[in-house]
Structure formats: C-alpha cells, structure tokens
Design a protein around this ligand. Sequence first.
Ligand SMILES: [Zn+2]
Length: 378
Amino acid sequence: MPSSIADLDQVVAALSPDDRARFDRLFAFNRSTARVLPPKTMEDWIVKQFRYLSEEPEGTPAWRDEVLRKVGHQRIVHVLNRVTCQATLFNAVRALKPVEAKESAALEEEIEKTRGGPFCRPLELTPENPFGRIGGAKTCANVAAYDGWHGLVIFKEHSPLAFRDDDYTPDQVADMFATARQWAAKVHAEDPQARFFFLMWNCLWKAAASIIHGHAQMVVGRTFHYGKVERLCRDAARYRAEHGTDYFNDFVAAHEALGLTDRRDGEAVTTLAHLAPIKERELVIVADDGLDSAGLPEAVWRALKGYARLDVKAFNMAVYMPPLGETDPAWADFPVQVYLVDRGDPATKSTDIGGMELYTSSVVSSDPFAVAEVVRNL
Ligand SMILES: [Zn+2]
C-alpha cells in the first residue's frame, strides 16, 4: 500500500539513521485528532458527503459506521520546514477525497468568448518594452507594470488549458523558457543593475490571471531579489553556516528518502511533491545545472501533464533562479527551482487562500504521497 501523509510518523520512523538525521534538520511535524461530534440529525448528510471515506460496500451498516467514525476523529498532520518556517496542516479526511473530473464545458465556453482579445492581436493591442519584442510578437510589456522591468510571454495558443491537450509537447515549455531568457538578457544588457529575474505563469482567474489567453509574466528587479526568493537564499545560507551542508541538496534528499521524488535517467532535474506545500498539490522541480539542465522542459511538461490527470485547471507556476550576469557568491548554491501549485476549481466561488495561508500555516487537503505517485507514473 502506498504511503500517506496521515501515516507520516511511520514513514519517518522507517528512515535509516542518516536519512532520519537529515529529515530532522529540515522538518518537524506533529499529529492531532480533531474530534467532531455531529447530532443524529446530521448523520445522513455526513455519510453522503464523505461516502468515499469507507472502503466497505456502499449502503451497508459497516460502511456507514466507518464514514461516521472517520469524520468523528479527523487526523491532522502539521508539518514545519524548520529552515524556512513554511508550514502546512494536512487533514487526512480531506486528503482522501478522490479526484473527480468535472464537466468543463462552461469553462471552455468562457475561454472561447475571449478569443480575438489583446493577446490574439499583440501588435495592435499590447504595448512593448523599450527594446521592442522577442520573436516578432512573442512578448509584450505589461500595461500595468509591477516593477521597472515587466514583460509577458504570450503563448501561441489562445486557450490557457492547451497544456491539457494531447498535442502539447515539451517543446512548448522549452520555447516559453527560451523566450523569457532572451527577454531577460535584453533587459540586463540595457540595465546591468537589473539582475533579479523572476518568471511566472498564472493560469486562469483563480490563479490571478486577468487576461485568459495563455501568458507568462517576467519581471527583473534591481538591488535585491523578490522578497520570498531573497528569504529562501538567506535561509539556505544560515542552514549552511549551522550544519555545514547544502540546504537544497538536503531538501531534495529528504524528499527522496520519503519516496516523494521523481528523477529520470539522463535528466539533471528532480521533481518532488512538496512535504510542506504552500497550497494544493504543490510540485517543486529542482534543476542541477540551472536553466540549461537536461530534461528541465520535459520535467515541467510532465508536471503539467500530471496536473491534467489530476484535473487541475487553475495553477501558478513560479521559477526561482540566481541573479543574471556574473556569478554572485551569495547565490552560488542557489539552484533553479520551478514551483507549481493548484489554485482550485474555477467553477467554485470561494478563494483557496485565506487568513491561514497569508498569516499562519497553509491548510491543504491533497496528499503529497498521492501527487508523487501520479507524477512518477507519467
Ligand atoms: Zn487570445
């Protein structure tokens, strides 16, 4: 039986002494049980709502008892990354919820309605950066910039869900990265102090895209990196000073020891299902050799295909990387990392990020062990 986040204590207890020591340098966790005591009048509703919690034949008394027992004793696992203090609360009851592919006709229709918009006609309807555009009309400037240097990669396909199609290939991912790198090189050539490049893809409204046509955002900061990237670099430096080892190597190795990674022959990248995810189904792809790492586009493509299989539609992708230009000693050990996170069903009104995620620990219902399984089997 595959591991589950609810049984993290058993998985950790089975680690070798070295793996255990590394795990303990990086992570702490605790378990608790939320006792939920429904009145009799609520039981039918609960059994219907959480019917998937029992493997007993549906409709039998044993099935009903098991559902009520599991809802009555909800197992919570709280994981803390001791280095970055990113923390996540997993609820095993929620984690067991199966993925059901929902009809997305209404969403497809909404996407179609926006066809012919600005990113379908970029030369007429989008501004450009001072040095022009990359690849004819593959990039534009953001009409309402976040920072001094801000551009967009405009995808060839109108639908941001093109990644779910069978004919979507790793070449499309590679092209997005290549276009972004050319754009950043232009920025850096014009303004050598602009060194801190960040690339991100917000897919659909739920992920904060205001224009539906598929596109990625590119910003280049000056003087210091973007806040959370800067934070991670400093945390990793402190880890090295305290423990004498590399944080990122340990981070990948800790996930590997738990069975949360995927690494293919001939590729210089590791994909991991994050043990302390910021939100649902977070994947982190860590590259050994920067943006030129063998297999990087393929790994991102597989992550996207994994998301398609999990019926993820709205997501954020973020690329962390060391500064442009000459190697900066402060960033020498900082690998390129690609983060992907599911932002929830576009058909639901409520937002996935609340006060907990903004100010405390993230509340997550997806099981990293199940997510790792999907990515490994692609
Ligand atoms: Zn379009």
